[in-house]
Design a protein. Structure first.
Length: 222
């Protein structure tokens, strides 16, 4: 409960309500007789890139959640309607060798259509390159993704979990990466970020799984 309180100022509506309101605004402003407005789509994506850069520039202690609910709400919208491009933007800004990225570079990534996001290439560049990520930047990102995961609609929540699996893998925490990736895959088998994480982890030993299940009183897991 305490962590949720940090995600929204007491003078503002709760973050989940702000995300819902922003979602309605996005849909209402974008729907036209000819389909969804490309101008509105680009405007929101560009705003999300800007808001992400501002949230990453905040100063807060390790483990603390971001409290800028209005900026978080914009990201909550793009996590619903452009999940793969939003995840690509965030992952690149955290893990790329030239991170942090410039605002034009962030906007270039988030404006990539989801169907054109090449997760194999992205993971090759960001995970398989042998570089060590900056723990401070990952912590900053987790402080933004935490309140989003807690307050976004279910689909977006699990996309965020898949992204967090990627960040855990980058930090070398294979156990946490597997746990998160399996959660994401369990909800949506087509989650390419979670699948790419599992592709890079060793296969689970069935005997070890049985041992873990016995140790947990017949319940698989820890």
């Amino acid at each position: 409960m305490g962590s949720e309180a940090t995600a929204a100022d007491t003078d503002e509506p709760p973050l989940d309500e702000l995300i819902t309101a922003a979602t309605h605004e996005y849909l209402d402003s974008g729907m036209t007789y000819d389909g969804f407005s490309e101008h509105v789509r680009a405007t929101w994506r560009n705003a999300a890139a800007y808001d992400w850069s501002k949230l990453m520039a905040e100063q807060h202690s390790t483990g603390e959640w971001s409290s800028d609910a209005n900026r978080l709400a914009v990201l909550g919208v793009t996590m619903q309607f452009a999940p793969e491009s939003t995840c690509m933007m965030i992952a690149s800004d955290i893990l790329a060798e030239n991170a942090p990225l410039s605002l034009p570079a962030l906007r270039e990534r988030i404006n990539t259509p989801d169907g054109m996001v090449n997760t194999d290439l992205l993971f090759s560049r960001l995970i398989d390159n042998g570089t060590t990520p900056d723990p401070a930047r990952i912590d900053m990102a987790m402080g933004i993704l935490g309140p989003l995961e807690a307050n976004a609609p279910t689909d977006a929540c699990y996309r965020i979990i898949g992204l967090k699996a990627m960040l855990s893998l980058a930090m070398g925490d294979g156990e946490k990466a597997r746990e998160l990736a399996e959660q994401a895959i369990g909800y949506d088998a087509s989650d390419r970020f979670a699948s790419s994480v599992l592709d890079r982890l060793p296969e689970t030993d069935p005997a070890m799984e049985a041992t873990n299940m016995w140790e947990n009183g017949g319940h698989l897991g820890r």
